[in-house]
Design a protein around this ligand. Structure first.
Ligand SMILES: [Zn+2]
Length: 429
């Protein structure tokens, strides 16, 4: 069960209320009763997501990261996105989170349901085909969402993508030589953390090596794992939100569009931090799965809004690898490799973990690999993200774990009791 702290929430929406008579009528109707639950169901959000208890997010999946709150009939929700970065807002924001809809698009869809007299022509958006399932909505119109909640403030803090990135679009280039001042500060913060931490494969301190090894054992990943070079160990990472400081893993996020030297040349668009269970010093922690006892042991950080679009943690391999493997989670990717290794079916691969469904959708490599596999998590958002991925990478093969397991890590954990992990060989792409 994810418990969330509502302070400092970043909204996935903007504040300007449009001066639009249709909006005025829709707004009055929305305020006249508890209309959002019915509307959201009519717009395709499953009733199973709207019962008010923690459940998988209809927008980004997971197990229990989402809760439909519907405070004062506002259609409000809260979602931790599996990254610890919370997205919250009202019904308009929810439509944006689930479908990537602009405010104009949502207004058109809702007006069509609530105002039968409104001519489609009265709504600019209706002039374009309103195809909910394609989600191919121009981002330029995502400008005016009325919403509730605190306003993000500036400074060095966590950011989430402000809107669900549009699939089927290649990520835009970042002008690294002319980053905005705030992005420069954030990048400098990443550089500082890089200096304070050590890449996993270069760890020499025995206690740190042991913690890392015990973490991977706690995730069913075996003892002799090939340590990814884009993940570092930080011995005492601060978490000011939860007043905690402790050992953490930092996964560095880069974008294939920035080229094979992106990481080496410091073109790092963000990071994901995972605070570790301090008891890993003494052995694997199967109950906590190696995570620190925090509300959010895992948190993402981008150098600017949307900087993580099209990004991933590059775990192994190069642009010359014969196989490209793309997964949502780091542990998912490592688990699949381990399963392949256990079957003796592992070949050399370039392996990327995207850290979230929105990044899978927008992930793009300018290099064409001879074969591509995308690893699916077993939830609607996971399937949708993989389908979107295949639009950008025609010919990619979607591989999913057996239906009763949420992801390949769950599947792997079900196969290998902790005691047997030690005897298995590690994935070695
Ligand atoms: Zn979500």
């Amino acid at each position: 069960m994810v418990r969330v702290n509502l302070s400092g929430i970043h909204k996935a929406s903007m504040n300007k209320v449009p001066d639009d008579p249709v909006y005025g009528r829709v707004k009055n109707l929305l305020q006249s009763g508890d209309r959002w639950p019915v509307l959201l169901r009519q717009l395709g959000i499953p009733a199973a997501s709207l019962h008010g208890k923690h459940c998988p997010c209809p927008g980004c999946g997971g197990k229990d990261r989402f809760r439909f709150v519907n405070k004062d009939g506002s259609g409000s929700f809260i979602c931790s996105q599996g990254t610890g970065e919370i997205v919250a807002g009202n019904g308009w924001t929810l439509l944006q989170h689930v479908y990537g809809w602009s405010f104009e698009k949502s207004l058109a869809e809702i007006a069509a349901l609530l105002l039968p007299d409104v001519s489609p022509k009265a709504l600019a958006y209706r002039s374009a085909p309103a195809l909910r399932s394609t989600r191919s909505i121009p981002t330029s119109s995502a400008g005016s969402l009325p919403s509730a909640g605190p306003t993000p403030s500036a400074g060095l803090r966590n950011v989430i993508p402000a809107a669900t990135p549009m699939p089927h679009e290649k990520p835009v280039a970042i002008d690294w030589a002319h980053l905005a001042l705030d992005a420069q500060k954030r990048l400098a913060y990443l550089e500082k953390l890089q200096k304070e931490s050590v890449p996993l494969h270069q760890l020499t301190e025995k206690t740190h090596q042991r913690m890392v090894q015990n973490y991977f054992l706690s995730r069913g990943l075996g003892e002799n794992i090939l340590l990814p070079s884009h993940i570092s160990f930080h011995p005492h990472m601060k978490n000011s939100r939860e007043n905690w400081s402790g050992p953490a893993l930092i996964a560095w996020v880069t974008r294939p569009v920035d080229g094979p030297l992106a990481f080496a040349s410091g073109k790092i668009v963000g990071m994901q931090r995972l605070w570790l269970d301090p008891r890993l010093q003494t052995g694997p922690q199967m109950q906590s799965r190696g995570k620190a006892p925090l509300k959010q042991a895992k948190m993402s950080f981008g150098i600017f809004d949307q900087s993580m679009v099209g990004s991933s943690v590059h775990l192994y391999g190069s642009e010359n690898s014969p196989l490209l493997v793309v997964a949502e989670g780091i542990e998912t990717a490592l688990s699949w490799l381990r399963l392949q290794s256990m079957r003796g079916a592992l070949s050399s691969a370039s392996v990327h973990a995207c850290l979230g469904t929105s990044q899978i959708k927008s992930w793009y490599s300018p290099v064409a690999y001879p074969a591509t596999v995308v690893l699916q998590d077993n939830d609607p958002a996971g399937l949708r993200a993989c389908n979107d991925f295949c639009q950008l990478h025609p010919g990619a093969k979607i591989v999913a774990p057996p239906a009763e397991h949420n992801d390949f890590n769950d599947y792997l954990m079900s196969l290998s009791p902790p005691s047997s992990n030690r005897s298995l060989s590690a994935p070695c792409p």
